[in-house]
Design a protein around this ligand. Sequence first.
Ligand SMILES: [Zn+2]
Length: 219
Amino acid sequence: MEERPSMLDVTQLSDDSVQTYADVVARTAEAMARPDLELAAALLSPFAGERWNGTLRLFTGSRAPSGERVSRRVPDPTRARVFMRDRFRCTYCGGRVVPRCILVAMSDVFPDALAYHPNYARGRIHPVYWALAPEADHVLAHRGGGTSTEDNLTTLHTMCNARKADAPRDALPAPDRILDAEPWDGLVSLYRRVVAAGEGSARHHSAAYHLAWMRHLEV
Ligand SMILES: [Zn+2]
């Protein structure tokens, strides 16, 4: 079947979309935590059903100087510590991030309104995953010999990780700008209750996945 763009296809994301999505996701998660799923669905409705159909691609690996493909995979507990240290802010744009596990817990309850695909397949995932979910990115590139320890990792939105690939390092915002930003906990304080709201729904991930991430995020 031929792919045709629909009204709900999203192909561009800006810093503004980070703000907009973060506001909507925060209010929706609060409603889910009550739990008031009817209110949550209403809050989500302006963005319900959107699908990412842009050109961003997930980085899943890189090439070593030898040309050999190497994994850039950072262990989950390390990623969680990096996000907490950076106070759930993207160090590229300064915007709020929401750990992917929390967005997944919301997609468990609203699988069509907030579609999730583990490989971020085009047309099958809500753009909120690109806009808000963070990556733990290597400051000194892995292929340049950088290690996967916390001091060589920084929090970046998935989309900013893709955007900054060619940007010079001095394009990064000053750390002060990030530290001065209003407090934000990445919605981790709501995570446990959001997962509880999805009890009985068909989950993308097992309960064990969420339990592990709750432990990593210390909630
Ligand atoms: Zn960002």
